[in-house]
Design a protein around this ligand. Structure first.
Ligand SMILES: N[C@@H](CCC(=O)N[C@@H](CS)C(=O)NCC(=O)O)C(=O)O
Length: 205
């Protein structure tokens, strides 16, 4: 049986999508959470010199998207056809684009610029994401999921982003987008995801 280890700092961040893919796939994994000091000691021996890292049977892999896709493909969270895979990937990348806009808000130090960036998220990026998710769900989703009739990596990626934006930015951003909140509730109510939420370590950063 394959063994998995996810290594990251003590928080959700870029590692959470890999953890969620493993959780939703019903896989057990070692949840390694390193302090900055511990990371510095092992960084030079890591392949990408960045975390998260996924260790599979002793081999270490980097890049959260690559690792999450690998798990999803292996355990049936990546669609039933190459076209569904393409759509799930499309959703994944649209959300990565949105995450980049959110990161700009989080890391901006100047209050005026921060407010401007937040306004752009609220008036442009979030409505565009909402419209896109609504379109794809209507075209290709069933049972509340975005692509196909069951939960896929696309759903985990959207849920993870809504969840982390709520945790980190407190933009009140999603209150005007009830469908995004409803979708997050659907994923949150999956029994494996719900168990994980109950037992996950509290973030320390
Ligand atoms: N595209 C990469 C980004 C990874 C990344 O930016 N990792 C940061 C933490 S979120 C990191 O390792 N920082 C510590 C360092 O560079 O030493 C991914 O998604 O895995």
């Amino acid at each position: 049986m394959a063994t998995y280890k996810v290594s990251y700092f003590p928080g959700k961040g870029n590692a959470e999508i890999i953890r969620l893919a493993l959780i939703a796939s019903g896989q057990t994994f070692e949840d390694e959470r390193l302090t900055r000091e511990e990371w510095i000691k092992v960084k030079s021996n890591s392949p990408t010199k960045q975390m998260p890292l996924l260790t599979v049977n002793g081999t270490v892999y980097g890049q959260s998207g690559a690792c999450a896709r690998y798990i999803a493909r292996k355990f049936g969270l990546f669609g039933r056809t190459p076209e569904e895979e393409l759509l799930i990937d499309e959703v994944y990348e649209c959300i990565v684009d949105f995450q980049k806009e959110i990161a700009k808000v989080i890391y901006e130090k100047d209050d005026t610029k921060k407010a401007e960036l937040k306004e752009t998220v609220m008036t442009q990026h979030l409505p565009r994401l909402n419209e896109y998710i609504t379109l794809r769900t209507k075209q290709f989703g069933e049972n509340g999921y975005i692509i196909g009739p069951t939960m896929t990596l696309a759903d985990l990626q959207l849920y993870n982003t809504v969840d982390q934006v709520g945790d980190r930015v407190d933009l009140g951003v999603f209150s005007a987008f009830p469908d995004l909140q409803k979708h997050a509730d659907l994923v949150r109510s999956d029994h494996k995801v719900a168990e994980w939420i109950k037992k996950m370590p509290a973030p320390q950063n």
